[in-house]
Design a protein around this ligand. Structure first.
Ligand SMILES: C[S@@+](CC[C@H](N)C(=O)[O-])C[C@H]1O[C@@H](n2cnc3c(N)ncnc32)[C@H](O)[C@@H]1O
Length: 324
């Protein structure tokens, strides 16, 4: 099967394990975002959830439960190989076979950055148990290089909401509340991830021009978001029906089309933010603090002067003064 090249991205209608071995070089990918089949008979889920399958594209390839551990090991080892040192990996997983994914991750050199819970509302009815409404997102890095993490890509560190809270901090908590898109009457993959979820991972963990890989393209949601943010993309989907239907949707997209719609963060201009203090700076801070205190200024005014002079935020100055 010939690969399809769109907007400088390349997609293979192939098995991701042999496909990656053949087409992706070692240490070449900046970011992997992927959502493997869950090994829970995803091809028959609609029977339990009473879902209307009329608009779901057939051909979803599921992995039998008894093969899930071996399958996870094979593709995660490939993911480890292709990721560059410092590259990031996000795996979306349900809870049923989470063990197999985590067990494999522990056998690689990859390091855990965060274990994220993605919470969404789910319209399934249960009577004698709780309603499952979360997925796990395993965020790992390959050691040996600098990991991209654009902490201010969505909200500035100094931004505040009307009630005084930090949107930056809440956006970077490890529980994400993002609803699924139900797309009534549109052709879709069985488990399409919402664009908001993918955009968030792409913004924090990659830059324009970076190479992003999805081992399990499904409805090509990662690819659509990556193209929209001007990232390069490579990926695999085994189902021919899904691949043919979804790859066609990429052509009309304009690279970077999402950039115009994303809110611009108010980025902090604090000069030394994030830099650790040198012993000389700490000494200078201590002596300057003593001088200002001697002038009988209010603490608030002293801190404001020190922020200005040392190019630091209020919180950093207060913390450093505790050690003086
Ligand atoms: C959970 S879905 C991915 C959904 C996707 N993230 C989206 O938002 O639409 C998993 C996909 O992996 C595909 N798949 C299963 N085994 C595969 C393999 N060995 N190589 C490539 N794709 C595979 C399935 O056909 C299915 O479309």
């Amino acid at each position: 099967m010939k690969p399809v090249s769109v907007h400088g991205c390349i997609f293979f209608n192939e098995d991701c394990i042999t496909g990656a071995q053949e087409h992706i070089q070692d240490n070449s990918v900046d970011l992997i975002i992927t959502d493997p089949p869950y090994g829970i008979r995803g091809d028959t889920l609609h029977r339990h959830y009473n879902r209307n399958e009329q608009y779901v594209i057939p051909g979803y390839v599921e992995i039998p439960k008894e093969e899930y551990a071996k399958f996870s090991k094979r593709w995660i080892f490939e993911a480890e190989r292709v990721l560059r040192p410092g590259g990031s990996l996000y795996i979306v997983s349900g809870y049923t076979n989470l063990y197999d994914i985590l067990h494999t991750l522990y056998q690689t050199s990859l390091l855990e950055v965060n274990h994220i819970i993605w919470k969404y509302s789910f319209g399934v009815f249960t009577k004698r148990k709780y309603v499952s409404s979360h997925y796990h997102i395993l965020f790992y890095e390959k050691p040996g290089g600098r990991r991209t993490f654009n902490a201010e890509s969505r909200f500035g560190l100094a931004e505040k909401t009307a009630d005084g809270r930090s949107p930056n901090t809440s956006d970077r908590e490890d529980v994400w509340l993002i609803n699924r898109e139900y797309k009534p009457k549109k052709k879709k993959n069985k488990n399409e991830l919402p664009p908001a979820l993918l955009i968030k991972m792409l913004q924090y963990s990659s830059n324009e021009g970076d190479l992003v890989c999805d081992f399990f393209l499904g409805g090509f949601s990662t690819a659509k978001a990556a193209i929209g943010l001007n990232r390069r993309m490579v990926g695999f989907e085994l189902s021919e029906e899904m691949f043919d239907a979804k790859v066609r949707e990429l052509k009309p997209l304009r690279p970077g089309y999402l950039l115009d719609f994303l809110p611009a963060p108010v980025v902090s201009t604090i000069k030394n933010q994030g830099r650790s203090w040198t012993p000389q700076e700490r000494l200078a801070l201590a002596s300057r603090y003593a001088v200002l205190k001697g002038q009988k200024l209010l603490k608030k005014a002293i801190i404001a002067i020190l922020c200005e002079e040392f190019g630091r935020g209020r919180f950093a100055i207060e913390k450093a003064l505790q050690k003086v």
